[in-house]
Design a protein around this ligand. Sequence first.
Ligand code: DGJ
Length: 716
Amino acid sequence: MRRENTMQDGAQVLHLRNGGTSVVLDLSATGLPAFVHWGADLGDLSDSELAGLVSASLVQRVSGGLDHPARLSILPSEAFGWQGSPGLVGSRAGRDFSPAFVTTAVETDAASVVVSALDPAAGLELTAELSLDGSGTLLQRLRVRNIGEDDYELERLSATLPLPSSAREILDTSGRHLRERMPQRHPFVMGSHVRESRKGRPGADSTLFLAVGTPGFGFERGLVHGAHLAWSGNHRMLVERQVTGATILQGGELLAPGEVRLAPGESYLAPPLIASWGDGLNTFTARLHAHVRARPSHPRSPRPVTLNTWEAVYFAHDLDGLRDLASVGARVGVERFVLDDGWFRGRRHDRAGLGDWFVDDEVWPHGLEPLIQHVRGLGMQFGLWVEPEMVNEDSDLARAHPEWILQTGGRIPVEGRQQQVLDLSHPGAYGYIRERMLALLADHTIDYLKWDHNRDLVDAGSTITGRAAVHENVEALYRLLDELKAAHPGLEIESCASGGARVDLGILAHTDRIWTSDCIDPLERLPIQKYTGVVVPYELMGTHVGGTVSHSTGRTSTLRVRAATALFGHFGIESDLRTFSEPELDALAAWVGYHQRHRAMFHTGTAVHADLDDDTADLRGVVAEDRSRAVFVFTQVRSSDTYPPALLRFPGLDDDAVYRVGIPVEPASDPIAGQSALAWAESGVELSGRVLRTVGVAAPVLFPEQAVVIELGALD
Ligand code: DGJ
């Protein structure tokens, strides 16, 4: 339905409702529609109630301020008195710096709206799409078009949302290689809290989401609103609190000077800002996960248990050894074998070879086929590691085409992991990489590519245009991934970037899982997975069982805690299984079997975290969609302050159902280190979801760095 802004008389207020969320926009605001509300569903409101809601939201003029207090429009701009962070920044060599868009058309249904607007003086056209899906997730997407007569240099086009005044504490993530997505909290004071990614990929330290809630909000309670930018390049996320009381959340791509220069008629489509809210992060996350799972491209087949060779052999490739490794993998239930790095020309270490995507016939005299045939003969899929966007200076490719390297100023950028980044916006580079990847896929039966990206971008300019080219490279990457998938239906691709430095819903729209972190030490993985999981559902998150001694921390841990930590995700193994004893292999096979029996539920259910009173422990779980059963993992991270530890309360269950709670015999049957039996674990106990949520059960006494699985099943 298209309307020329002709909402019925008295109905100049638009109320979008879906999935428990309401968005109210005042279409009669000066210029562009203004936000009146985003958050909890307001119910079925009549036109007069909506008009009343708008009227009630209008603030008084105050001394020292402008005569018409600014309202937060879908693209806040100075022209209408907005003095906070603007939604659009750009100019024509300094002119047309302050756009004043006026709505020209509003196209709407119950849950979405497309607003078209024009600023004839600035020569700009705006399209803003806001839509609420069935989970109540809000997606906002902006496009600006240059309808002027000369070039328009765009510096920013960011989506903006209102925050409630109760939002007084910020949660975002930072991190580093081997320790991605560590949470940090800050009071939301006057001014701006800005998180920028300038690494050409989001980066290990970038924030996966920016959330603001009531002070002390947790996973189980506390009103929280927040957003994620679905983009794999540079970004800028901001929350801002003004003295007027206006509080906003804003997110968009971070553009370098001159990176997006719109010629007359050209347009720029901003990446989607995906926003959620909830009473506690569990609800916030449930919305986002439902949004992700509703995508037509979302993987729906059982996620194959994966054996990745990296920490097993690194660059020491030999056919017999790898065949043996695959055979032991098959013995414990592995379903996908991934040959990681080291297989192509000159790649005997990480200083050479990237770019020369031909099988190295010195190491693989008969090619990869003997290994692939062996793997497939064992009933497993075969996966191969590639890093197509990169090139070592020590490679035939770099020697032949130095102009394909992203660079500026006539100099080659400082190296990272002894490598440079190819400019996929260069037709020559794109064509070569596309041809090489297609040839690999045509010559071998490859079910899966582990697509790596092992350095941050710096000085990322194109030798053709001389301009910054991060934006164009992200678009080229998305196009390339789509082309490969279109040519090979069923091919799955993992997004890896020095572990988890490219984790976002932009890349996940073109791939099938992310490598969460290069650190698979279970204790380090607990927070990494917890905060990655705020946006990314378990089935898209690679979680592997490493060796007894972690390669990234040196810490020794039991198989139980390693496997229990990996249990809910896209489960895998990353260790030299040839060194495992028979009892260890049996135990690992039991964990693989347990995961396989429950993965359909882990990968469709609701992920929940308990806000424990005791911060020495961790309780997380997955509750089946119909809440008929749940599996939790309780981890005693370090020794608890009380002995025994505090009661465990279980979130996410059906209050009115009665559950039988127990510790399963499989996958591990000797969990309790206490000095007497734990009554409920010995005989089982039946309690309502309400009691389990509010009172809980005695926590098992575990040694530090130990974990136990707890099952809950509703009685008929
Ligand atoms: C970095 C990845 O995160 C690792 O898993 C592994 O694939 C190496 N690169 C290979 O070079």
